[in-house]
Design a protein around this ligand. Structure first.
Ligand code: NJP
Length: 240
């Protein structure tokens, strides 16, 4: 079903985005992978070593409109179409509000919110023209309810929920589906943590989230899955 479709995945250097890249590649999807560091090229090399040849990598900042427009233009040049955008790139830090600097506040909004807006805006003209496309954003369960000591990050994910819900209604007449995947704690390198650390053994795993992306993107064209929420069973804060 996804074979020969084309996906742009942001934040594919490591963690959830990298696993999404591998799982979509296994479905026969051609990939344009974005990361802000040169590590993104390593993901591309690993995919090619595993036999997935239709992979382009772009060192680009999701918060930079010019760079993301260039990613879209080059993806169209290489692959001729864009079927799926996965807005996965995100950053987070967890501290009390009175210890949060204005620079930290701006940075987390730039990547997590502005980056999602820029990515969607960049692919929309093409998707509207084709009357087809799926835009999936990796948001968070803290886009649905609040936690202490994470106000800036939580605020970005609430913003992303609002943006995605509104956009979904705006573009459904063009056959474009917009949805969010909202995980609880996932074992990655997120917020300077270590993937595979023993205390995270009961957290969600990157492949749990990647499978949800494959499911959402594979939904029949007449169906919109607007939200998938995943929790580790052990998670202690409220499950909405
Ligand atoms: O985090 P991590 P995750 N432009 O740190 C890239 C959400 N989430 O996989 O830029 C472009 O391992 C960075 O690559 P690079 C979370 O909010 C997570 O866990 O090259 N790319 C790397 O590939 C986020 O939206 C948890 O260093 C940029 C990737 O982003 C998504 O899951 C829970 C960039 C981050 O990989 C993936 O996070 C939850 C930029 N400006 C939601 N800045 C969780 N892990 O517990 C960063 O509810 N990247």
């Amino acid at each position: 079903m996804l074979k020969d479709q084309v996906a742009i995945i942001t934040g594919a250097s490591r963690g959830i985005g990298k696993e999404i890249a591998f799982q979509l590649a296994e479905q026969g999807v051609k990939l344009a992978l974005v990361g802000s560091s040169a590590d993104i090229h390593q993901t591309g090399s690993e995919l090619k070593q595993r036999g997935f040849q239709h992979v382009e990598t772009f060192q680009a900042d999701v918060a930079n409109e010019q760079q993301m427009n260039e990613v879209v233009a080059q993806t169209l040049e290489s692959f001729g179409q864009i079927d799926i955008l996965v807005n996965n790139a995100g950053i987070g830090f967890f501290k009390p509000v009175d210890e949060t600097s204005i620079e930290e506040w701006k940075k987390v909004f730039e990547v997590n919110v502005q980056g999602v807006f820029i990515g969607a805006k960049a692919v929309l003209p093409h998707m509207k023209e084709r009357k087809s496309g799926t835009i999936i954003t990796i948001s968070s369960d803290v886009g649905r309810y609040t936690i202490p000591n994470g106000a800036a990050y939580t605020a970005t994910k609430y913003a992303v929920q609002g943006f995605s819900g509104s956009l979904a209604q705006e573009v459904r007449e063009y056959g474009i589906r917009v949805g969010t995947i909202n995980p609880g704690m996932v074992d990655t390198y997120f917020a300077n943590s270590v993937q595979g650390a023993p205390e995270k053994q009961n957290w969600l795993r990157v492949d749990d989230i990647a499978k949800a992306v494959v499911y959402m993107a594979s939904a029949p064209k007449h169906m919109l899955i607007d939200e998938i929420v995943l929790h580790p069973l052990i998670q202690t804060y409220p499950i909405a």
